[in-house]
Design a binder for this molecule. Structure first.
Ligand SMILES: *Cc1c(COP(=O)(O)O)cnc(C)c1O
Length: 476
């Protein structure tokens, strides 16, 4: 019986004559339209093959499928979204937004050729790492620096070069998992190092380190416990004390700082995230940190420290597998340049600007947006301004709550979950969160250029969820 129905399936050329398809052809490439029609027909044919009784093989049903296929086919998969979560360094939403200076540098270098590995003075081969090394040294006080793909790669490279087949001491309080199953203990195993655990989860004393140092470890590693805090009955030696203990026995100290700030965040009341300069000053031999966390640039792993060690890393055969490309270097160099003038950095680097945005100003923005939203969501939802807190994100300053303002939407004839979903389905997608039975949109991470689409998106989402309820089957 189904073989007959196969024959009833409309052919592509017949569908091409449909007025709806003619309209698509005016907007989209013929190859995309043909492709979408073929996918739709194939999908229905497959359903028939699965012996399902109720397969709609009408032209309209196939065109409905084709419309959706065409929409995904002609849209970029990697897209901009509106971040209304308030989390400034949201790893799933791409972490740090770039400064205009970084974008300009990136376009300039990417659209044509560059001196990536070319020395204009001598006409000979240059080194890609030379573009940012002097800047990194200037900003951190380090003797030398190197940049790789991300901080995970930086940690791996440092361990692989300096600790392979050797013994590395790490405090039990620092054996962290960062996320995406990146665990200090696993990275150590993968790099060929042997982990020597020191002290306890909450307290590790100088004497604990001395004991393992005297037993003959080859390296001491300090890991910044980025994404959690142990509070209460705790102890760990200062960095300077740890360095003194290790250096007295000619053992180098490496540190994974995680976020690694180039400025003192305490100046702006932003908790106690260690700065790279402080680690270098304390005498740490090699420090690693991320390019796209508090630094506010692109994904990169930055390695700073004593020349002796950095030179060895530069000669590691596997450096090539971790190397950064010209886009990363362009954006990173432009961002680092902004740090030369501290006041400039706070203003121009989006991560720093968003983190320090004034609550009063955020309140004004939230009030303004709430007025606009109230005007256009009519009877579907109520909108109020809510005082709440934003998070830094990116595993930085996990206990820090930053006062902020948000729009709180209470759907009248739908649910918060449905409204949240509908917001996500907008273009651009709007990412928010739920608290109790309201959808919360934190204005801290919403840019000025997002405002119009945010209001429009809220309106469309409220309309969509309200109209789902027609018929009354949907319950709250
Ligand atoms: C975030 C983090 C990493 C990983 O950095 P990526 O740049 O995301 O690869 C490693 N160690 C610590 C302590 C971190 O906080």
């Amino acid at each position: 019986m189904d073989s007959e129905r196969y024959r009833e399936l409309p052919a592509v050329h017949r569908l091409l004559a449909h007025p709806m398809v003619a309209e698509w052809l005016q907007r989209e490439a013929r190859s995309d339209v043909l492709g979408a029609l073929q996918v739709a027909i194939d999908r229905v044919r497959q359903q028939l093959g699965q012996d399902e009784v109720q397969v709609d093989i009408s032209e309209q049903a196939i065109l409905d499928i084709a419309r959706e296929v065409l929409a995904t086919r002609t849209k970029m998969h990697l897209q901009r979204v509106i971040n209304a979560t308030g989390t400034v360094l949201h790893t799933n939403l791409g972490r740090a937004p770039l400064a205009p200076e970084a974008l300009a540098a990136l376009i300039e270098v990417a659209k044509g050729y560059s001196n990536l590995e070319f020395d204009q003075m001598t006409g000979e081969r240059g080194h890609r790492y030379d573009h940012v090394e002097p800047l990194l040294c200037e900003l951190t006080g380090a003797e030398a620096a190197l940049v790789v793909n991300n901080n995970a790669a930086a940690v791996w490279l440092v361990l692989h070069e300096l600790a392979k087949d050797k013994r590395v001491a790490v405090s039990r309080g620092e054996l962290v998992e960062i996320g995406g199953s990146f665990r200090v203990s696993e990275v150590m195993r993968a790099s060929g190092a042997t982990l020597v655990e020191v002290g306890t989860t909450n307290k590790t004393h100088e004497a604990d380190y001395e004991r393992v140092l005297d037993d003959g470890v080859d390296l001491v590693m300090r890991v910044h416990t980025s994404n959690f805090r142990i509070v209460g009955f705790t102890y760990q030696p200062s960095l300077a004390a740890l360095v003194a203990l290790a250096h007295a026995r000619s053992v180098p100290v490496i540190e994974d700082l995680g976020s690694g700030s180039l400025l003192d965040l305490r100046m702006k009341g932003l908790g106690d995230e260690p700065s790279v300069r402080a680690s270098i000053q304390a005498g740490v031999d090699v420090v690693t940190f991320s390019g796209d966390k508090l630094l506010g640039a692109t994904q990169a792993g930055i390695i700073c420290g004593k020349r002796e060690w950095i030179d060895r890393l530069k000669r590691n055969q596997l450096l090539r597998a971790l190397r950064v490309d010209k886009l990363t270097l362009a954006a990173l160099e432009a961002t680092l340049r902004l740090y030369r003038d501290e006041a400039n950095a706070w203003l121009k680097i989006p991560t720093l600007r968003l983190l320090t945005a004034d609550a009063g100003q955020l309140h004004t923005v939230a009030e303004q947006l709430a007025r606009e939203v109230t005007l256009c969501i009519g009877g579907h939802a109520r909108c109020r301004v809510l005082e709440t807190v934003s998070k830094v994100g990116g595993g930085a300053l996990p206990t820090e709550d930053i006062a902020t303002y948000a729009l709180a939407l209470y759907p009248i004839s739908s649910t918060a979950v449905r409204l949240l979903t509908a917001l996500r389905e907008q273009s651009p997608s709007i990412v928010a969160r739920i608290a109790k039975d309201e959808v919360i949109l934190d204005v801290r991470t919403v840019f000025e250029w997002d405002f119009e689409e945010l209001v429009q998106g809220i309106r469309n989402a409220a309309d969509a969820t309200a109209s789902e309820d027609v018929g009354g089957q949907e319950q709250k």
